[in-house]
Each structure stands twice: as C-alpha cells, then as structure tokens.
Design a protein around this ligand. Structure first.
Ligand SMILES: Cc1cc2nc3c(=O)[nH]c(=O)nc-3n(C[C@H](O)[C@H](O)[C@H](O)COP(=O)(O)O)c2cc1C
Length: 204
C-alpha cells in the first residue's frame, strides 16, 4: 500500500468501511487523522469535511500529507451534479446533512430533505445495494424534471455550506495559494513531531 485515505464521519457520499459496519465506523476527521498517522508508515490522505484552506491546513497539522475533497467540487459549474443539486449546495439548507441507507442501500451522507427524512423513517423497507439506488434513481429523474429538490438525493458532506466554488480552476488556484502561504512551517512541525513521536497507546 502506497498511501491511505482516512475518511471521517463528515464526508459526503458513501462511507468507506471494511473491518466494521458503516454504522460502527463513524469517527470524525479531527479524531481519526492523528490516530491513523500514529500507527501507519505510509502517507495519510485526510478526507471528510475539508471545505476550504482552513480545513487543508488543519489536516496537515494533524499529520496528513494530502487531502481529498469531494463535496465542495459538486457546486462548481464543471461538476456533473444536476442544477437542482448545485443550487441546493449553495443554499442554506446544505448546512443540514444526515446519513441514510435510503439513497442506495449503503450508508451515505446527503442534504436533509423530504426524501431523506421519509427514507429514514422507522419501518421503511430499504432494498440491498444497488437495487435501492436504481429505485431512487427512477424517482430522482422524475423529481428533477419537475424541479422538486425535496425529492432528489442530494449527496453532500457536513462542510457543504463552505463551498464557494463556481469555476474550479479559479477555486483551486486560490486554495493552493492560501494554503501555500502558511503551510510550510506547519508541515515541518508536523513531520518533526512524527519523527520524534513517543509510541502512543495504539502502538503499545
Ligand atoms: C457525490 C459523492 C459520492 C461519493 N461516493 C463515494 C463512494 O461511492 N465510495 C466512497 O468510498 N466514497 C465516496 N465519496 C466520498 C469521497 O470519495 C470523499 O472521500 C469525500 O467526498 C470527502 O469528504 P467531503 O465530501 O466532506 O469533501 C463520495 C462523495 C461524494 C460527494
């Protein structure tokens, strides 16, 4: 393995879980990154809730060597997300997300709308993945055509409201510039700390 992606609870879309169930793999990025950095020998890529330069810098300070950002790109003009989805990501409601198995049959995070609320109701039967995805896709096509954002699955992470991206190139240029201005000493400090690290509980 050359590198490891550590994805926190905040992330949009499906949970990546292998050893335990998705429901039992919901550690937040702030707790997850340093604990993984302390026990692996490969570079760690931080994912989940990183929406702007502050998140990137925080991830570097926690020991990550790179970041993976997903949700914030959905709002860009270049994204494959529907117009309804992009509009919702730019609206206030994007500040409220939740986890559901209702979109696809696997646990995923999206904007809290009527569809998510109803699919999450106790007793609602959810088909196994990927059958539920096909079922909901049929509804989403009709809902999108009717302009019904309340019935479209709106994949998004908890930092959706931070997205200021319209043009992806301009966004990335400004992100890289902002991070570069302050990241040098943080990366050096974090690397030095890792080298001098006293084995933690996880190592003993
Ligand atoms: C629309 C969408 C679909 C995603 N689908 C998956 C997936 O199928 N499997 C997976 O492991 N991660 C998936 N992700 C998670 C991303 O790979 C990435 O780790 C995550 O978006 C980073 O967190 P953020 O959304 O807070 O930026 C998805 C993310 C989004 C936004």
């Amino acid at each position: 393995m050359d590198a490891m992606v550590a994805s926190g609870f905040e992330a949009g879309g499906h949970r990546g879980s292998f050893l335990r169930s998705a429901e039992d793999s919901l550690t937040g990025t702030l707790s997850l990154i340093p604990q993984i950095v302390d026990i692996v020998d490969v570079p760690v890529i931080a994912a989940g809730g990183i929406g702007d330069a502050r998140g990137v810098i925080a991830a570097l300070a926690l020991g990550a060597e790179a970041v993976q950002m997903g949700t914030l790109f959905l709002a860009c003009e270049e994204s494959g997300a529907s117009l309804l989805h992009r509009q919702a990501l730019r609206g206030k409601k994007a500040g409220h997300t939740a986890l559901t198995k209702g979109f696809t049959g696997r646990l995923a995070r999206g904007i809290y709308n009527r569809l998510l609320e109803e699919l999450n109701q106790k007793g609602t039967a959810i088909l196994p993945y990927p059958l539920q995805r096909r079922l909901v896709r049929n509804l989403a096509i009709a809902a999108e055509a009717a302009g019904r954002s309340d019935l479209v699955p709106m994949w998004a992470g908890q930092s959706a409201n931070l997205s200021t991206c319209t043009d992806v190139s301009a966004f990335l240029t400004s992100l890289v510039q902002e991070v570069s201005e302050v990241a040098g000493p943080i990366i050096q400090w974090s690397a030095a700390r890792r080298e001098n690290q006293i084995p933690g509980k996880a190592n003993s």
